[in-house]
Design a protein around this ligand. Structure first.
Ligand code: LLP
Length: 426
């Protein structure tokens, strides 16, 4: 996290003091470092340099238009999983020929929108979906490019909610059934088989599960080619982990080496779908201490950000590092074990539990680190809390890339029935 650092006892994002942003834009807020995003993207791109490849940023990790368009400007494409993400990617200027569409539940409208846009390929997750895409493409007299998402039954050794490549997960097509479904796909009139896709999970901190998956996928590609199928693209998915606490995830270069070791001889165009590893450590969430209080058995630091703003700790018991915006000058001597909790009416509303933090008082600012991925995108309006702003820092400047929602935004889509005038009303 070199792009977030202390200088003269104050936390900076690049050349901007985080406290200055918080003062002007209020808290809570998300802050992203442009330089970090760019550096992470380039590291990926360079890791696969020399091999025909396309980095398709997984939009779900952080879908702000400025983030997506930054990666597009660096040559990236997108991995989308909904009509909304497809809309965002196109709005951000990503060319349709660089968009892949994944997900187990694509609807008619979503498939039609992707056909109209002319995306690179659909990553198909079931036999019924394949038929549906064929039918919708036929209605438009188009040919839909498809790959099948293979479930290789490999344990990614990550949190069960974010592992996707096990036979017990809902994702993909069991590798044992892949050949027969590919053969059926080849016989359909309005789809064209163009590749193979595989994504086994998220926040992987070792290369071996990737290797194991690639070994299996390689055998499949070879078998499909024997059957005269043209497997042009190999989509290796995303999933590379980041450091939240003391993990030591592989660098993109090590990850690339492991993948390339297995599949470089296939001569496929490699597509990758990184999300977290591009944006996770490029963002923080800043929150203000409202109160502190001592319970019978615990000390609580109550902050103005809740599980609706950042749900990862509540949902996965995920560790997110929390640091004071003013550097702890005591070097931890006065640290206290506290729960950092939000204002939401749920006991599961916490950002950290049993965490050693320097003493906090109302008004202090805290930064939740590594919040760039699955932070803002998983935020909700629960407890009727407006969603918080997103800010992009570029050198010594920053830009508000999403304004704070207003109370009017909260009810903008709602309609209030006139009970007095309605038939059942009084
Ligand atoms: N491709 C597909 C098909 C995916 O399902 C995902 C993530 C990715 C790519 C990107 O994976 P990444 O490089 O970010 O690991 N909300 C969870 C993470 C859910 C990941 C879902 N799929 C979290 O906060 O940890």
């Amino acid at each position: 996290m070199d792009f977030f650092h202390y200088r003269d006892g104050q936390l900076f994002c690049e050349e901007v003091r985080v406290a200055d942003i918080a003062r002007r834009e209020g808290t809570p807020c998300y802050i992203y470092s442009h330089k970090a995003l760019e550096t992470h993207f380039k590291a990926y791109d360079e890791a696969f340099a020399g091999f025909d490849h396309l980095v398709c940023y997984s939009v779900k990790a952080c879908s702000n238009l400025s983030v997506v368009s930054l990666f597009a400007s660096l040559g990236g494409g997108c991995d989308v999983v909904s009509g909304g993400e497809l809309f965002r990617a196109l709005r951000a200027g990503v060319s349709a020929e660089k968009i892949v569409f994944s997900g187990v539940g694509k609807t008619r409208d979503e498939i039609n929108a992707a056909l109209d846009a002319g995306i690179l390929m659909f990553n198909v997750e079931s036999s019924q979906e394949l038929d549906f895409i064929n039918q919708l493409a036929a209605e438009k007299s188009k040919i839909a490019p498809v790959s099948l998402r293979i479930n290789p039954d490999v344990d990614p050794q990550t949190h069960p909610y974010i592992s996707t490549g096990l036979s017990t997960n809902k994702f993909g097509i069991p590798i044992s059934r892949a050949v027969s479904l590919y053969q059926r796909a080849a016989g359909l009139s309005h789809v064209r088989v163009v590749g193979v896709d595989c994504h086994i999970g998220s926040q992987l901190t070792q290369v071996n599960p990737f290797r194991d998956a690639m070994k299996r996928v390689k055998l499949l590609v070879q078998e499909l080619r024997r059957l005269k199928l043209d497997i042009h693209y190999l989509d290796i998915g995303g999933g590379l982990g980041i450091r939240y606490e003391d993990e030591k995830p592989p660098m993109p270069s090590e990850y690339a080496r492991a993948v390339l070791d297995e599949v470089k001889d296939l001569g496929c165009v490699l597509i990758m779908e990184p999300g977290r590893s591009l944006v996770g450590n490029a963002g923080i969430m800043v929150s203000k201490v409202l109160y502190t209080k001592e319970g019978e058995t615990k000390k609580f630091v109550i902050v103005d950000a809740g599980m609706n703003d950042l749900v990862r700790p509540s949902l996965y018991h995920a560790y997110q590092k929390i640091v004071p915006i003013r550097e702890d000058v005591d070097g931890g001597d006065n640290a206290q074990t506290v729960d950092v909790v939000g204002p939401i009416c749920e006991s599961g509303d916490f950002l950290a539990q049993n965490r050693l933090l320097p003493p906090c008082k109302p008004g202090d600012l805290l930064a939740v680190m590594s919040a760039g991925a699955y932070g803002f995108t998983m935020a909700s309006n629960y407890n009727s809390r407006p969603r918080v702003p997103e800010i992009m820092v570029m050198g010594d400047q920053y830009s508000l890339i999403r304004r704070r929602e207003t109370f009017d935004d909260l009810v903008a889509g709602e309609k209030m029935i006139d009970w007095a005038a309605s038939p059942g009303g009084k």
